[in-house]
Design a protein around this ligand. Structure first.
Ligand code: KE4
Length: 437
């Protein structure tokens, strides 16, 4: 049963204040909780994080399955990361000059993602994909790109076409304000459909600069690549003279030290990273084959720049995070904890007689609960699930101390700080939530 003391009075007041200054009271749409039916009451406002928990302004504690949308894979406030940020802050937050912190983090990145023969740091995943697409266009001399319905690669025009995450949540897959001329250069096909990929490439011979894909999709909810799909993408791209971009902003360092590239044994032409890379501070990166990256200014004709690119605080946080994270035993622990959580969800659903109308897509420590009979192979399947039930599920979990992503089109994330105590909370909350949906 929900805690008797569960109240969000202080968050509600903070939300009222925030609505006066931010569109929807938030600085990123999916944080508004509109897609899980909490339009008037709004989201909680966080006071602090602590290990596997978030604590809100009213003192409510939640097992955190969002983890800042991926970055907090160690849990909140990991000691060595906090210490590294403090130490660097005392030396200076930003210089706009090179530091060897950048080179050190880049070397760590290349060790697990050898496809990134040369790379550039930026300050977000959106920047990373935006510049990777520009480099692909500059290198190939072609203008079109191919993406997958429901995949989200950041909030920039070229990819806000049939996008996922918040764009899908708000039912505006083609965002207002994206010029038709830009959208016309973005081809979209269903995930897991190689025939559609080949058909699109054939219909646009010599015109497609790159295919960009979330190798495991998180922004339609979790979608799992079917055997041969990712390999097939690489072959199709090569045959078409197009580049393959793996958008590993979410999957990088999460599915394995080397992300999906390592897990599925694929070497893309370009890779984008973000989230975990900065250990919770603003950071992204794009990189790939040296001959492609040598097109980037000041070496080549493709321009890209950024005041805070390679920011020392973000570099320090990223170095400290990867120093702890990139050990095989951590991925074993993440898999074990995630499998236990999935089992608890199935048990809760079984107890409430909800198993037949439930699908759970999970890869390692990212997963999504869909209220529909499976399989959920692509965005069309995902958008056919009972999103109202998902909203009720979210709200029940919340009242019982578990914070799931506030949208059907997001992935839930397990972190290394979760243990037996949190599993107990999740088991109890899941039983209550499935009984209520
Ligand atoms: P950012 O610009 O938000 O750092 O990264 C954009 C991005 C690029 N590629 C992938 C695969 C991503 O998942 C993202 C960002 N993810 C969303 C949530 N799924 C960020 C949360 C938000 O938009 O508030």
């Amino acid at each position: 049963m929900p805690k008797a003391s569960f109240s969000m009075t202080r968050s509600r007041k903070a939300y009222e204040d925030a609505r006066a200054v931010f569109p929807g009271g938030v600085n990123s749409p999916v944080r508004s909780w509109r897609s899980v039916g909490l339009i008037e009451s709004g989201p909680f406002f966080v006071l602090r994080g602590k290990g596997p928990y978030l604590i809100d302004l009213d003192g409510n504690r939640y097992v955190d399955f969002v983890g800042s949308w991926g970055p907090q894979i160690l849990g909140h406030c990991p000691g060595p990361v906090v210490a590294a940020i403090k130490k660097q802050a005392a030396r200076g937050a930003s210089f706009g000059c090179p530091t060897d912190l950048e080179t050190r983090l880049a070397r760590k990145l290349q060790k697990v993602m050898p496809a990134m023969e040369m790379l550039r740091f930026v300050s977000s995943g959106s920047e990373a994909t935006s510049h990777a697409i520009r480099v692909a266009r500059g290198f190939t001399g072609r203008e079109k790109i191919l993406k997958f319905e429901g995949c989200y690669h950041g909030a920039h025009d070229a990819v806000l076409v049939k996008a996922g995450s918040g764009a899908a949540t708000f039912g505006v897959p083609d965002s207002a304000g994206v010029p038709a001329a830009v959208a016309a250069n973005t081809l979209t096909v269903p995930f897991n459909d190689l025939d559609a990929v080949r058909a699109a490439l054939n219909a646009n011979k010599q015109e497609v600069a790159a295919l960009i894909v979330e190798p495991v999709v998180g922004n339609s909810g979790t979608l799992i690549p079917e055997p041969g799909f990712l390999e097939g993408l690489g072959l199709a791209a090569k045959a078409a003279g197009a580049l393959l971009i793996f958008d590993e902003v979410m999957t990088g360092f999460r599915l394995a030290p080397g992300g999906a590239q390592e897990k599925y044994g694929i070497r893309p032409d370009l890779v984008t990273c973000g989230k975990i890379l900065g250990g919770g501070l603003p950071c992204g990166a794009y990189g790939g084959r040296k001959e492609i990256m040598q097109q980037v200014a000041p070496l080549g004709p493709v321009y890209q720049a950024g005041t805070l690119s390679g920011n020392p605080l973000a570099m320090a946080a990223g170095l400290a995070t990867l120093e702890i994270l990139l050990k095989k035993e951590n991925y074993k622990k993440l898999e074990e904890t995630s499998a236990q959580i999935e089992a608890l969800l199935w048990e809760g659903a079984e107890a409430a007689g909800k198993k037949p109308k439930l699908s759970i897509n999970r890869v390692g420590s990212m997963f999504t609960v869909f209220f529909r009979t499976g399989p959920v192979r692509n965005f069309a399947d995902a958008s056919g699930s009972d999103t109202a039930a998902f909203g009720r599920f979210f709200q029940s979990l919340l009242r019982n101390g578990v914070y799931f992503p506030p949208s059907q089109y997001e992935a839930a994330f397990v972190n290394l700080a979760m243990g037996p105590k949190e599993l107990k909370i999740v088991g109890k909350a899941a039983r209550a939530a499935f009984a209520e949906v």
